[in-house]
Design a protein around this ligand. Sequence first.
Ligand code: ARG
Length: 589
Amino acid sequence: MTLLKALESRLSSALQQVLGEASPAHVTPAADLRFGDYQSNAAMVLAREKAKSAPPAQKTNPRALAQQIIDAIDLSGLATAEIAGPGFINFRILPEAYAAHVKKLLGDDQLGVPAVGQGQTVVIDFSAPNVAKPMHVGHIRSTIIGDSLCRIARFLGFRVIADNHIGDWGTQFGMILHGWKTALDSQALQADPIPELLRLYREVNAATKQNPAILEACKAELVKLQAGDEQNLEIWKQCIELSKQGLQRIYDQLDVSFDHWLGESSYNERLPSLVEELLEKGIARESEGAVCIFSDGKKIPEEDPFKIHKQDGWMDNPAIVRKADGGFLYATTDLATIEHRIDEWNADQIWYVVGVPQQLHFRQLFDAAERWGKNGNFRHVAFGSILGEDRKLMKTRSGDNVQLADVLDEAVERAAKIITEKNPALPAEEAAQAAKTIGIGAVKFAELSQGRLTDYVFAWDRMLALQGDTAPYLQYSSVRIRSIFRKLEQKLETATTEIVLHAPEEIHLARLHARFGEVLPSTLDDFKPNLLANYLLELARAFHSFFEACPVLKSDEPLRSSRLALCELSARILETGLGLLGIKCPERM
Ligand code: ARG
């Protein structure tokens, strides 16, 4: 049990005693450590509540109620309590309680993290680039945030299904097919497929703007593909295969993996009957030859995704599921995808890690799915844009979108330079490996330490700094701790170590150890891996202050072993936490 939960349970018994009935006993980490470790505003909330039902003469004073609670609460072996301000109760955890908690954590593979996801299946839809187009840095956000959410949810006990819903059936294939037949450079394709497919797409796309005949030719290729033309299907399959290989290379570099790659095309067969079903059930209807989903009128217009406010007031804002020419759309495929995830995979929740611009699509999708009887506890985990150092959308010098593969290569190159400067003695192979770990880690941490909804500026020097709120700083902290253990003549037996906490730096470090099991579940409340990232920075800072103030190897027993155990636990939490952000630690750097 976390210390926070332990306090809540003791508080809840006290409330039962004082009020004679079960009442919510909420405890939060203290905002200011000078006043304690945790606090509760239960007395204020309950006093307010009582005031609503009681005559004014019997008004309950929140401070008096807080005092009654403190008199009743049994905090033995755990904490002390104090009233503050208008009726807050502040709790200070006893050093021996921290010591006992640290001891428990040392023997716990889960490091005190509760399995809050046990018995729940969550599908996480992330990355999902469009095939035959390169992943750009915008996809980096989805890939890195989504991967971290997968890791965190798994650690919390969820059954996680990572699904890469790639865009493998879009209109871009008309152009690719035309380019493939008229301008393919097979050698370039074999060497590196994604840039060649991109070249075809770009050149044909430009040509269609000059020459309407080419546009028609592309449309004809697309129609043939969709009608099942064998040659076009064969080319399409090759494109998908080659693109997947190219993508896989990037995922390998990022250490990201999926349980499934069920792209849009996986659902093609289901689409005609799905639209019929929506028509039969009255969820969709025909409009100007197309089939559309309109509002069912059950929500106020402000909350209705099928209504939009224009000059003349609220207008319909339907989602098309079948075009007048018979073609299906993004939303149709997404409905089929939801059905598959709920019916075949038993998804209790589905999280979509996709940028802010698709907000309307997801609001409409979730609303339509629920009307269709598919309730998947849907969440759109949206994120903002990545900006260049000029605070504009990140572009290359020629004005193109920056490509993810190039960013990753540059990160590794820059990290390699730093390592050669700092530690020229490191053997070449180890240095190359460390450069990968540090370069990729820096990019991931820069992403994950930001609030996901804000736009963030991609600044190389800042993300690679050894001193700062960066991955290299955290990796360096773990390397430093591990180096203490290298000096040790024999292995530390933490299971039997006595933990003694005296110095304020020791107590503060233990406090942060205990917080891991509280912080991690909270990252999923609003899908904020940055809470974990910031916690890890705090932990590393606490470790360095401890290490400066408290000699470890040079102190006498039992302090020496106790402090070594604190070091060991710090390293384990740091490495586990970084691992949940998808970041590894090098042995040396
Ligand atoms: N392929 C889409 C894009 O790049 C993202 C797909 C997101 N997932 C989904 N189920 N719609 O914009």
